[in-house]
Design a protein around this ligand. Structure first.
Ligand SMILES: NC(=O)c1ccc[n+]([C@@H]2O[C@H](COP(=O)([O-])OP(=O)(O)OC[C@H]3O[C@@H](n4cnc5c(N)ncnc54)[C@H](OP(=O)(O)O)[C@@H]3O)[C@@H](O)[C@H]2O)c1
Length: 254
């Protein structure tokens, strides 16, 4: 049985990595998906791939920093598919990295806008639409960085992603009475373009791999499976959580 049959979902950051894998899995599980990111050509390719596998997808390119884009994605879900049940607000950026004494205010603000303010803007417009039909599931992609692990030179990224956990809890408390569940997923390292950009040497990849109890990094599809759990009715009593999917990084000290 398909686990998202009859559901409509928005997935941001769908042009690559975890978001792309999740959009494909959602569609394979019966959801109609609205896919979002800045690169239109990648979205078009993904929508065609989903259609060729028997699914349904609509796409709209834009920047998640924009409130108009957040509104437009919800409007597209409703105009094309009639409702909104699931929103995976996943788009993110590492932002300006390096010694914090050298990070510009613009770089700091840009990381917060893409990683944290975008989540607020998305939820602000998604939740009322979900509540119209008795509820739904909102999911954010936080990270183990700034939660169970700290790395030098990641202040803006860690702070913006940790902020998502507070947002998750506040929204879960506020909208639980309307049947809207809100959870954050906290991946360990996942083999995506973001991971490869940051770890472009064998030494760096060996270091990151060794941080995990499983001594490997995740495939995007493995994260997608965990997001599917939070999106589906399998997690119907789960809300307000910060859910580690980190290959045991949080319990590894060797
Ligand atoms: N990979 C990891 O090890 C890891 C670990 C923990 C958490 N995460 C988090 O997981 C999420 C997905 O990351 P990933 O590893 O799959 O990275 P990725 O391959 O770099 O994908 C990032 C996605 O976000 C989109 N995006 C970035 N900035 C955007 C913006 N301003 N507006 C709209 N879309 C934007 C990108 O699309 P466009 O470029 O087309 O806009 C892309 O689809 C991120 O939030 C990341 O922080 C990743």
């Amino acid at each position: 049985m398909q686990r998202l049959s009859g559901k409509v979902a928005i997935v941001t950051g769908a042009s690559a990595g975890i978001g792309r894998a999740t959009a494909k899995l959602f569609a394979a599980e019966g959801a109609k998906v609205v896919i979002a990111a800045r690169r239109e050509a990648e979205l078009e390719t993904l929508a065609a791939e989903i259609a060729s596998e028997g699914g349904e997808a609509a796409f709209l390119a834009g920047d998640v920093q924009s409130e108009d884009y957040a509104k437009a994605l919800v409007a597209l879900a409703v105009s094309r598919f009639g409702r909104l049940d699931i929103a995976y607000n996943n788009a993110g950026t590492l932002g300006e990295m390096g010694p914090t004494s050298g990070v510009s205010e613009a770089g700091w603000s840009a990381a917060l806008a893409t990683n944290l303010t975008s989540a607020f803007l998305g939820a602000k417009h998604q939740i009322p639409e979900m509540a119209k039909h008795g509820g739904g599931s909102v999911i954010f992609t936080s990270t183990f960085v700034g939660y169970s692990f700290a790395f030098p030179g990641t202040a803006a990224y860690a702070a913006s992603k940790a902020g998502l956990i507070g947002l998750t809890q506040a929204l879960a408390a506020e909208y639980g009475p309307q049947g809207v569940r809100v959870n954050a997923i906290l991946p360990g390292a996942v083999d995506t373009p973001m991971y490869r950009d940051m770890n472009d040497t064998a030494e760096s990849q060996a270091f990151v791999t060794g941080l995990h109890a499983l001594k490997r990094v995740a495939r995007p599809e493995e994260l997608a499976r965990s997001v599917l759990y939070l999106a589906s009715d399998d997690s119907s009593f789960v809300t307000g959580t910060a859910s580690l999917v980190d290959g045991g990084a949080s319990i590894t000290r060797t």
